[in-house]
Every structure is written in structure tokens, then in C-alpha cells.
Design a binder for this molecule. Structure first.
Ligand code: 9MG
Length: 276
């Protein structure tokens, strides 16, 4: 099981991370999958569609979202993780910033941690070091409550890179292995449209940090903003366009809602890359 995720990270082909939000207020699926039965059905469909990893989140990170308690988050995610494990050996990622949730989720069968807060909570770095699992460190300016009010940078690429370099260094010093570290510029997390577009254009520069790279842009407002304010349910083609660009730029993990469409795009991208 441990090898499965490390093999995915070493593969030249990007892995597809399917999103499972088990929150009542998730931004683009309206908390559709909070019921256990519909959650597992959706997970099995994502696996059939080509997902390599399922990312389970019990606290919404959309702009303005309210925080939930440790207990509420545990009650949302643990039964779902257990149920997926009973049905599949798919790699499971726990999307959380809370060390207790990280610990309990891995105990229940999850294989990696996805933290939009880049392990800045007390005890988070030590917890992941002890768990010895891959971790995604994401950049966010501000908090989900305030991040989109007035995002400001000198140069967004330099500042996001410096932040991630510092977090990687903290993790390495705490004993987290280099091979277990995934970085993510955090599209939409305290960034204007211009910041997001510039970060995407310069995605390759993040490989200078010597880590795996994750990109999450699926259905995000940056796509709506470019496409005449298209609402979330009309952002599929834009999401696929950016997923294809991310794959072309050798991104290791692409986090998406629409697994089948993304898997087709990534497969074609890979076929072109492999051509003579
Ligand atoms: C939980 N979550 C929502 N958006 C995300 C993104 O862009 N990256 C990561 N790592 N997690 C995200």
C-alpha cells in the first residue's frame, strides 16, 4: 500500500486525484456526497473512470467557509474512509489541517495527507513525520474566511516559491522524507485572477524545490472569470484545458471533480509525449 502512492508519485504519467467533499456546503457540488451511500457510489464511479487517488475532505475550504470542530470533521470523514477501505485498495488522501484528523484518518486506512495550511497548525509537522506518509503542502495567503478580500504580492511566483521552500525545509528538519513531500501553489487561495494565471504560466519553476507537484484548478473561479463569469457547473471544458496544460508541464497529481474527462485528456497528453 505504501508503495502504491510512491509508485504513483514516481510515474511519468500524472495521477488523477478525484475529489470527495463530505461537507454540507462544498462550493461546486453543493455537498452532494455527504450521505455515506452516495459517497461510496461516487467513489466507485471515480475509480472506474480512472482516479488513482481519492481526496476526502470534511471541512470546506471555499472562500468564507466556516470552521468545523475536530469531532464534526472526524464524524464526517472516518466512516467514509472505512467504507472505501472495505470496498477498494485505492489510494486515499485526507484533506485536513488538523493533526488529530490526520492521525485518525491514516489509522482508518488513508494513505496521504493533503493540507491546504501546509502543516502550520501546532503539532501538524510532528504528526506527519511520525505517520511517515506523503503530504501535500499548499500555499494560501490568509485564511479561507479572508483570503479573497485583498490578495497582494510583490511577485507572486517568487513569494509562493519562498513560502513553499520554507515549509519544505521545516518538514525536512522534522524528519519528513523528501520523497514524501508534494507542493502545491494553491490556485484560488488568496490570489486574484492575474496571480493565478501567472502562477500557472510559471508552474515549471516549482520543480526547482525538488518535490512532487500537485495542481488543483477544477471548476475554480479563475476558470469562470476567464470564461465570461461561467458558473461552477459550466466550467468543465475550462477545467480540462488547464488539466491538460498541467499534465503537459509534468505535474504529478491533478486534483479534479470530473475524473473521466480529465483521465481522457491526460491519456492523450501522455500519448503525444511518448510519440517519436
Ligand atoms: C482541498 N483543496 C481545495 N483546493 C485545493 C487545491 O488547489 N490544492 C489542494 N492541495 N487541496 C485543495
Amino acid at each position: 500500500m505504501k508503495n502504491m502512492i510512491l509508485n504513483l508519485l514516481q510515474s511519468p504519467k500524472p495521477s488523477i486525484m478525484g475529489i470527495l467533499n463530505v461537507t454540507p456546503d462544498s462550493f461546486s457540488d453543493g455537498g452532494l456526497f455527504i450521505k455515506k451511500e452516495s459517497a461510496i457510489k461516487h467513489v466507485l464511479q471515480m475509480i472506474a473512470d480512472g482516479a488513482d487517488i481519492i481526496d476526502i475532505g470534511g471541512e470546506s475550504t471555499r472562500p468564507g467557509a466556516r470552521e468545523v470542530s475536530v469531532n464534526e470533521e472526524l464524524q464526517r470523514v472516518i466512516p467514509i474512509i472505512e467504507m472505501i477501505r472495505e470496498n477498494s485498495d485505492i489510494v486515499i488522501s485526507i484533506d485536513t489541517s488538523k493533526p488529530v484528523v490526520m492521525h485518525e484518518a491514516i489509522k482508518a486506512g488513508a494513505n496521504m495527507v493533503n493540507d491546504v495550511n501546509a502543516l502550520r497548525a501546532d503539532d501538524a509537522v510532528a504528526t506527519v513525520a511520525k505517520l511517515d506518509v506523503p503530504v501535500c503542502l499548499m500555499h494560501m495567503q490568509g485564511t479561507p474566511g479572508t483570503m479573497q478580500l485583498t490578495p497582494k504580492y510583490g511577485d507572486v511566483v517568487t513569494e509562493v516559491s519562498s513560502f513553499l521552500a520554507e515549509r519544505v525545509s521545516v518538514c525536512r528538519n522534522a524528519g519528513i522524507k523528501q520523497e514524501n513531500i508534494i507542493i502545491d501553489p494553491g490556485f484560488g487561495f488568496g490570489k486574484t485572477l492575474e496571480h493565478n494565471l501567472r502562477l500557472f504560466k510559471h508552474l515549471d519553476e516549482f520543480f526547482n524545490l525538488g518535490c512532487h507537484l500537485l495542481v488543483g484548478v477544477s471548476r475554480k473561479s479563475m476558470i469562470g472569470a476567464v470564461l465570461d463569469n461561467a458558473p461552477a457547473d459550466e466550467r468543465l471544458y475550462g477545467s480540462i484545458a488547464l488539466a491538460t496544460l498541467a499534465a503537459w508541464k509534468n505535474t504529478n497529481i491533478i486534483r479534479v471533480h470530473d475524473v473521466k474527462a480529465t483521465a481522457d485528456a491526460v491519456n492523450l497528453c501522455q500519448a503525444v509525449k511518448n510519440a517519436q
